[in-house]
Design a protein around this ligand. Structure first.
Ligand SMILES: Nc1nc2c(ncn2[C@@H]2O[C@H](COP(=O)(O)OP(=O)(O)O)[C@@H](O)[C@H]2O)c(=O)[nH]1
Ligand SMILES: [Mg+2]
Length: 243
């Protein structure tokens, strides 16, 4: 089995060469799939140059900034086509350090989805602004309470999935295209009964470049949680009615 590591990028030229090199140097033989949305800083072209010399690097080019969720899906489709498994997703900015990838993959021996988690024992954040800490903690508390999610870090994009998990879901049916895609995908995995675990990571604030999270993404995430809450409540009512 050859793991595929999916990295969505938008203006990550300062981070991506170093990050890709570190992933390729891990003793797991992973391939890397960078999904770039025509970054104005030339991230996509830079990775094309790297890919010319290294067959384990793949690039998916999209014409414009189309959102984090659809970038994940595009990367997953390429991973399926390349027959890669398991599938890892992570940020390009070193918040998710590649040193943790082996422990995420090791977790898949027993479980179906493994989250690199800030909120389990041994996990944490470093240099994370108070504002981001509050946002992350409240988004997680809200998602867990409304959707009954059991994981403690539901908004984390650092995950490993057995390929069967992703193939079991209709990825095109996922409504969220932005950051809340991660919550929706986790909800679907739990709903399908896949076994989800967490391994601790220390999440560093990004090394270079700027965060792309915006107020609009926060509103969209709130809407996603409310929409899934409504769907879950309707399913529960239907199940009760059929009893
Ligand atoms: N392809 C693509 N990548 C994106 C998009 N938005 C964010 N990213 C990437 O997704 C990852 C997470 O974004 P980031 O700005 O670090 O979010 P934060 O960690 O929540 O501050 C980074 O690697 C970004 O470059 C997008 O619309 N398209
Ligand atoms: Mg980040």
């Amino acid at each position: 089995m050859i793991p595929g590591v999916i990295i969505p990028t938008y203006n990550e030229s300062y981070n991506i060469p170093n990050l890709v090199a570190k992933i390729l140097a891990l003793p797991i033989g992973a391939h890397v799939i960078v999904v770039d949305d025509n970054s104005p800083d030339g991230t996509g072209k830079l990775v094309d140059l790297l890919a010319e010399r290294e067959p384990r690097i793949h690039v998916v080019h999209r014409p414009a900034k189309l959102g984090l969720g659809t970038a994940h899906i595009a990367g997953m489709r390429r991973a399926f086509a390349l027959n890669l498994e398991p599938i890892v997703t992570m940020d390009a900015d070193f918040s998710h350090h590649p040193r943790y990838i082996p422990s995420l993959l090791a977790g898949l021996d027993r479980l179906d989805v493994i989250i690199g988690s800030r909120y389990v024992l041994g996990g944490g954040t470093r240099f994370f602004s108070l504002q981001r800490q509050i946002l992350s903690t409240s988004a997680n508390a809200f998602a867990r309470m409304m959707l009954g999610l059991k994981a403690t870090d539901c908004t984390a994009g650092f995950r490993a999935y057995r390929r069967a998990v992703l193939e079991s879901l209709d990825l095109d049916q996922i409504f969220s295209n932005g950051y809340s895609f991660l919550i929706e995908l986790l909800f679907l995995c739990q709903d399908r009964g896949w076994r989800i675990g967490e391994v601790p990571i220390i999440y560093d604030d990004r090394r270079a470049g700027k965060s792309k999270i915006s107020k609009a993404e926060v509103y969209k995430a709130t809407y996603t949680v409310l929409r899934l809450f409504w769907r879950r409540s309707r399913m529960k009512m239907l199940a009760l009615a059929n009893h």
